[in-house]
Design a protein around this ligand. Structure first.
Ligand code: ZN
Length: 364
């Protein structure tokens, strides 16, 4: 039946019990409000992923809360707590699961939903571009205390470039600058530096080369007389990369990776002997989130997306439901009255090790 004491048998059991559970409780419970479309209770693969994401978020966010509190950043600590509480309680009604989403970028459940929404929104338009290219624009690596300033400057630089290219295009002097861009930031644990960069997809090679040329030009210091200046002090022309895209969907997923890379699955699977590759640097992640605060991480430029439908949130009062609460110990949602677990998710050893032993919370 449902996952009584271990979580090894998962297939098929949820469906039967939820049906009996909802039928049994139909007339005796007070009404409760459910929001959204819910998730199919039979979609065990997706429920397992959600349990995994919830587990990762909760363990990570506790470290981030400690860091925020140590820095006296109590508002930020509150935001981290919101992510911690995301989907803490779920309601099952008519074989669908409903819960409240925190919509924070440091919540892996909500970030995954956001990623899927962006792909849905942009894929059709971008797949019609004739010869899409991938552009990476960077500035030189910086220390934590300068990260916020450099991220601001990157946005400013991009807006200036976009503005002047638009004017030249309107005068008929230049091609139109079109694309989608997202901000990412890597942390180098050896040098303790940060590398903020834009990942950009553009429709063709011409736009890619124009963008790179303008970016390099934008960061060139103004030449002063008798001044022995470094021509490329802020950005390295060789690091501004252009690549032809062969797998558009993959490129789009790479581009919209929301927030920082530290949470994403490829890093968790990375096979490396270097201890720094198996360490999660929570304070670096905190610094990256702080620099990204209030910034639009993914955006389009030079074009609009057609056929937008306004999504309204569905809500419904129901009295046939079950409430399940997330348990940190079980890494799953537990039915308080029966002790059963919902998804059958079992935390793999390597992930348990990573989350329990490899989170570095030293302030940097
Ligand atoms: Zn969330």
């Amino acid at each position: 039946m449902r996952h009584q004491d271990n979580r090894s048998s998962s297939e098929g059991s949820i469906y039967t019990l939820a049906q009996s559970g909802t039928a049994k409780s139909a007339s005796t419970l007070p009404y409760t409000l459910i929001l959204g479309n819910g998730t199919d209770l039979n979609d065990n693969a997706s429920l397992n992923k959600r349990a995994k994401r919830k587990t990762i978020t909760n363990r990570m966010v506790l470290s981030l809360i400690d860091i925020a509190n140590a820095n006296g950043e109590y508002d930020r600590a509150k935001q981290y707590w919101n992510a911690f509480h995301c989907q803490n309680e779920v309601t099952i009604s008519n074989n669908r699961i409903y819960g409240k989403y925190c919509k924070n970028r440091f919540c892996t459940i909500c970030a995954a939903i956001r990623k899927a929404e962006i792909i849905n929104k942009y894929y059709t338009t971008i797949s019609q571009w004739e010869d899409p290219h991938f552009v990476t624009l960077t500035v030189k690596a910086c220390k934590a205390e300068k990260l916020d300033e450099w991220v601001k400057k990157m946005y400013k630089a991009f807006n200036l470039i976009h503005g002047r290219c638009k004017k030249r295009h309107q005068r008929g002097n230049e091609i139109k600058l079109i694309g989608v861009k997202s901000l990412e930031c890597n942390f180098n644990p050896i040098k303790k530096t940060y590398n903020p960069h834009f990942h950009i997809i553009v429709p063709n090679a011409e736009v890619a080369h124009l963008l790179r040329k303008e970016w390099i030009e934008q960061w060139r210091p103004i030449q002063k007389a008798n001044c022995n200046y470094n021509k490329y002090k802020y950005t390295n022309p060789a690091a501004q990369d252009i690549r032809k895209i062969n797998d558009l969907e993959h490129a789009l997923i790479e581009t919209i990776k929301y927030g920082s890379k530290i949470f994403t699955e490829p890093d968790l699977k990375k096979k490396s002997r270097l201890p720094e590759d198996h360490t999660i640097y929570a304070s670096a992640l905190h610094n990256i989130f702080s620099a990204m605060q209030g910034k639009r991480l993914f955006d389009r430029f030079g074009f609009n997306v057609l056929n937008q439908t306004n999504k309204s949130t569905l809500s419904n009062w129901v009295n046939n439901y079950e409430k399940w609460e997330y348990s940190t110990q079980a890494c799953d949602w537990v039915n308080e009255s029966t002790g059963e677990t919902l998804t059958g998710y079992a935390l793999p050893m390597h992930l348990r090790h990573l989350l329990e032993e490899c989170i570095n919370t030293k302030l940097s």
